[in-house]
Structures are given as structure tokens and as C-alpha cells.
Design a protein around this ligand. Structure first.
Ligand code: 2YJ
Length: 268
């Protein structure tokens, strides 16, 4: 799993990045609307009574400068009441519980979770990222049912994405530089594993990229829709021109998906 760096999340979710306008152009929906759709809700929800604590976690490689603040800002933008705890780790958890929050968001090097204290259920970032980007792809592609969709990367996010897209009736193929991993998903979920990443790329218009990847413009189809949480990824000018939509942000889509899904556990 890629470790986020302060420069990747700098300014997230700064309004100058204007993710909502970009998503409206490409998908016809805002971050919140995409997250609600991913959580299976077809109407707006008022989250103003949902109280959230974001806990900085120092274990492993430690706190990432700006990470908790970015998560906090993303959650506040959804209309929830979020704050970063003064304390870190167990101390922060204790503060959050004593403060009677509804949700706790926290990440170490392996996992990033939203925890609903009322239902004791977590929503993890791998699912949140896969669902958020799959919903964005579905909207930008005007539906994926019956369409050929390629998932690049058979890791945690790719594995979730494969299942989500297949569940929506897409003809899912998966590719990974380690073919064994793609083959394992073929065996488990009945999707198609493709060995040659470049051929896979060239033969698909709808792509969810969940791996570090290079997208040479000569391989991109005219009007392609590429939903790409995977970092780093590179597009040349030809690829950017040919693609109808390249959907990406460093943190917001996956985090919003987690927070919305987790909040709804105790609001339905
Ligand atoms: O609290 C902090 O500042 C740190 N412990 C945050 C660590 C963030 N975790 C990561 O970057 C992991 N690699 C997982 C991120 C999942 C994003 N898709």
C-alpha cells in the first residue's frame, strides 16, 4: 500500500483544487453525492449532527504531517462536525470516546479505518477507495452494466474494485504486473485475468487503476474513462487529450466514501 506523503496531500481538500467542480464535469456528481451513491442511498443526507474525531497515530512510520488535518477537513466538508484529537494513539481514542463522538477516523501504515462507535463496525480505506472510484467510473461511463471494464492492480483496492464492478454487471478483466495475483482473482471471482498489461490497456475504454502505472498516450482509447486512485500514475499529453475523463484526487474520494458509509451505519 502506498504511504501518503505530505506533498501529496498538501492543500487537501483546498477549494482551489476544486474537486467538486471537476467531478461534476466528469461524473455529474459531487464527492458527497458519489459517496452517498456508493453507500446505497439515493437522496441527500444531513450529516450535521454526526460528530467525528480524527486521531493522529504515531506507530510504525509515524504521523504524516497534514494527514489528520486533511481527513478532518474532508469530513467537515461533508457537513459533519469533525475535529482532530489533541492526544495521539490510545490517548486520542480515550479522548474521542469520552467526548461521545459518533465516528473515529484513524490510520497506521497498514490500515485506514472509519469506526462507528454505536455499531462497532469499521469501514476501511481499501473498500472506500474502490467504491468511491468505481461509482465515479460508473457515472462518468454512464453505467458499466454489460461493458468491458479493466481493473489494473490485484492488491487490496483492486480486489475490492473487481467485486464491486462485477456486482454491477460489468465484464471485468484484471491485470497486474504479477500475473499470479490477477489469476488468483480470476479463480476466486470469475473475472478474466490478462497477462499483458499494455494489451489490456489498449483494449479497454473503461479502466479503474489501483496500482502505480504509466499510461502511454498511444495505448489510450479515444473517449476513455480512467478512474485512478493508484499513485504514482503518469499520463502524457496525448493520453490526456484522448481520455474523456481522468478521475483522481490524493485522499478525498476514498475518505469521504468511508465517512459517509460509516455514518450511515447508525442513521438508517
Ligand atoms: O496518523 C498519521 O498521520 C499516520 N499514522 C497516517 C498514516 C496513513 N497511512 C497510510 O498512508 C497508509 N499507507 C494507508 C493509506 C491508505 C490510503 N489509500
Amino acid at each position: 500500500m502506498t504511504r501518503l506523503t505530505p506533498d501529496l496531500i498538501e492543500g487537501v481538500p483546498d477549494d482551489t483544487l476544486d474537486l467538486d467542480s471537476k467531478l461534476m464535469n466528469m461524473c455529474g456528481k459531487t464527492v458527497k453525492q458519489l459517496a452517498l451513491e456508493g453507500a446505497g442511498v439515493d437522496h441527500d443526507v444531513d450529516f450535521s449532527k454526526v460528530r467525528v474525531a480524527v486521531i493522529p497515530i504515531t506507530s510504525g512510520m509515524g504521523v504524516i504531517s497534514g494527514f489528520s488535518q486533511s481527513v478532518n477537513a474532508i469530513v467537515n466538508r461533508l457537513g459533519m462536525q469533525s475535529h482532530v484529537t489533541d492526544g495521539t494513539d490510545v490517548n486520542g481514542f480515550d479522548q474521542a470516546i469520552n467526548d461521545h463522538v459518533d465516528l473515529i477516523m484513524m490510520a497506521d501504515d497498514a490500515k485506514f479505518v472509519a469506526y462507528n462507535v454505536h455499531t462497532a463496525a469499521t469501514t476501511n480505506n481499501s473498500w472506500g477507495t474502490a467504491m468511491g472510484y468505481a461509482v465515479a467510473l460508473k457515472n462518468a461511463a454512464k453505467g458499466v452494466e454489460g461493458k468491458d471494464v479493466l481493473v489494473i492492480g490485484a492488491g487490496l483496492v483492486g480486489t475490492e474494485a473487481v467485486q464491486i464492478l462485477k456486482g454491477w454487471g460489468a465484464n471485468v478483466s484484471v491485470t497486474d504486473i504479477k500475473f499470479d495475483k490477477a489469476k488468483a482473482l480470476e479463480d476466486k471471482f470469475g473475472v478474466k485475468a490478462l497477462e499483458n498489461v499494455e494489451d489490456a490497456l489498449a483494449s479497454h475504454k473503461y479502466i479503474l487503476n489501483a496500482a502505480p502505472a504509466i499510461f502511454p498516450g498511444r495505448l489510450i482509447q479515444e473517449g476513455a474513462v480512467i478512474s485512478t486512485p493508484g499513485v504514482p500514475h503518469y499520463f502524457d499529453e496525448e493520453g490526456r487529450k484522448k481520455a474523456k475523463a481522468i478521475i483522481h484526487d490524493p485522499l478525498e474520494i476514498g475518505t469521504a466514501m468511508m465517512a459517509v458509509n460509516s455514518a450511515l451505519f447508525s442513521m438508517r
